[in-house]
Design a binder for this molecule. Sequence first.
Ligand SMILES: *Cc1c(COP(=O)(O)O)cnc(C)c1O
Length: 495
Amino acid sequence: MAAAVPLSPEPLSLEPRLEERLASLLRSGALLHTLVDALGSPLNVVLPDQIAENARRFRAAYGTHRLAGRVFFAHKANRSSALVRRLAATDAAIDVASLGELQHALGAGFTPDRIMATGPKNPEFRWLAARTGVTVNVDSYGELEELATLVGDRQLPRIRVVLRLSAFDGPGVRMRTRPSRFGSPAGELEHLLKAVERHGDAVELVGVGYHLDTTSLEEKARALEGCIRALDACRSRGLRPRAVDIGGGFGVDYLAHGEQWERYTSALTAAVLGRRPAITWRGHGYGLRNDAGTLRGSLALYPAHRPVAGARYLDELLSLPAPSFGGRPLATLLLENLYDLYTEPGRALVDQCGLVLARVLEARRTDSGDHLVRLAMKADDAGLEEHGVLMDPVLLARDGTRAAGGGEPVGVYLAGSLCLEADLITRRMVFLPWLPRPGELLGFANTAGYCMDFQTSGAQHQPVARKVAAWQAEGSWHWCLDEQYWPITRPGGES
Ligand SMILES: *Cc1c(COP(=O)(O)O)cnc(C)c1O
């Protein structure tokens, strides 16, 4: 330790990408302060009209390729009622992964023909799915058997199923798709189809699909191609499924400037190697480490700068060629066979749909001279670190102004209010336009996808964030509690 106060590194910003609706809300500092004064910190704000807008963009990508089908919102990305109810008023569908999510979707106005049940299922979830007649995305041979038995024993109507496949392999395929804990290996298709035929009075095969947790377009293209081959195999046996379900994982572009991401990741590498002052808490390397002067490990972060994300990613995927079909584009193959396209975007459908607000409690110096800003929230209340999303919060002064302008940015670490060393909201130094003062707010923008409420807890009896829905009408912002939102005409105008 040479000096008590380290050299201040030059500011490294990671400004969030803000579309007009969310940017406008963040300019409404006085309203946001009033909301936190009334409802407490942290506070979640969701923007239901944005999810409808995002669903339209996915629809437009279908339109570009003249494809029919359905966009299923992967509900697990956010627990909000307002978002799900607003979506129920569009032509989108929903993907539910638990009994509670299924009940929530039914109660929000989704009819069973617009619901698909995916993921691991307990008996209660399976029963309600079968009883109401939603489509079941079947994970394994065993699940198919159990479902057929349930339908037979309880004399339930025939149930629509999609077979989830994984580990695609095949002619002309150079790359095997990544292994998954979910889905049946594509090589076992025949075994599955025999069961479908045997249980023909209990299950109706409507499609096959996959969900791969990867950003790789190439891997997804191989899986999509594998699904088209699987549908061909179904047809040659006389089965008539029509849908290819390509899952989620379309991604979000979180940052306003790609250069900032490049600069930040280079600086992080340099800092890990000791070639510049630290920019993370106690030299945290986000997966990178210094092994006697050599960089080891790999960056365990979400690729926050993703210019091809969301509906654009879908568009690019559909345009890719299928080597085992003479290199023709995937979209053409779907169109010619009149196959329906099912997508299950989670994160991408709630892009720009929300914000977590937290009040500043104190700013102090650590014994090593760093600024530590403590917030009235826990790290779990924004989950940015947990999900590896690096993005700066927006500082909102008490009087509603956003930036005083002029001054030098200040590098700070953000801590939560748990009595726990690990409760850091950022393990990296975050540069803010001024040193936050108690009572000011930090707004964590674009956190509706997984960051907002996926792992929030009531640890230490600290409050779980309340959620409000906000919308614009007649030139101003209006709000209500999330659970009180319905997509109807209301005082202040239609949302
Ligand atoms: C989580 C999940 C999704 C959504 O993934 P995103 O990356 O949020 O788009 C879709 N389908 C299934 C089966 C999932 O488990």
